[in-house]
Write a protein that binds this ligand. Structure first.
Ligand code: GRF
Length: 217
């Protein structure tokens, strides 16, 4: 069996997606292991949870760095020292410098609560409701220097229902996020994807249909 890929998860807050990755990685045969969780907010609840699970954690307070470049330089040093293969952003609320993104090109993924390329950025659910879309969802993508941009690894479609508030829709989408992120990481870590320009092709035994996933309500 090939060695499991070493994954760092970067968070800023609650960390529910991190938790879904940690829990998935406990399954025998899962192709990745979580070797460190880093937060730019040392008081992030998700960091305390990861620590309680015995996972190495690090609070790297961005306020202690004079520039984005210094912060990202330190982050890169930490990831390199932990021999990280893949970086998984999970609610990491900080822009990364193009230099850092370049160093982790095609080795760093992110989850966003919309069907990209629609509704990049913040206040996703508010904007989806204002636009009147009937289907929203979530996307896991490889990270590019532009915000919420990059080849899409997996998406889940989630219905928008009459009377939805941003909070209600967010909770429905979050449930789908917890399903597709572990799936996308498994695809990626088991080398079952090929990056073809700015899109991704899936090969190998993992069912392709699961990369377009419609969870039941
Ligand atoms: C998720 O909705 C994720 O898609 C977005 O930020 C939120 C983080 O939630 N990038 P959590 O910290 O994983 O619970």
């Amino acid at each position: 069996m090939t060695a499991r890929k070493r994954v760092a998860i970067l968070i800023s807050g609650r960390g529910s997606n991190m938790r879904s990755l940690v829990e998935a990685a406990r399954a025998p045969g899962y192709p990745a292991e979580i070797v460190i969780v880093v937060s730019n907010r040392p008081d992030a609840p998700g960091l305390a949870w990861a620590k309680s699970q015995g996972i190495p954690t690090l609070g790297l307070d961005h306020k202690h760095y004079e520039s984005r470049e210094h912060f990202d330089g330190q982050l890169h040093a930490v990831l390199t020292a932990s021999r990280v293969d893949i970086v998984a952003l999970a609610g990491f609320m900080r822009l990364l410098t193009p230099d850092f993104v370049g160093k982790w090109l095609n080795r760093m993924m992110n989850i966003h609560p919309s069907l990209l390329p629609a509704f990049k950025g913040l206040k996703t659910h508010e904007r989806a409701l204002a636009a009147g879309v009937r289907i929203s969802g979530c996307s896991v993508h490889l990270v590019r220097p532009e915000l919420d941009d990059g080849p899409i690894l997996a998406q889940a479609a989630v219905p928008v229902l009459d009377g939805d508030t941003p909070e209600v829709l967010a909770a429905r989408v979050l449930n789908a996020e917890h399903q597709i992120y572990p799936h996308a990481l498994a695809l990626f870590a088991s080398d079952q994807i090929k990056i073809d320009g700015e899109s991704v092709r899936i090969s190998g035994p993992i069912n392709q249909e699961r990369a377009l996933y419609s969870p039941s309500l």
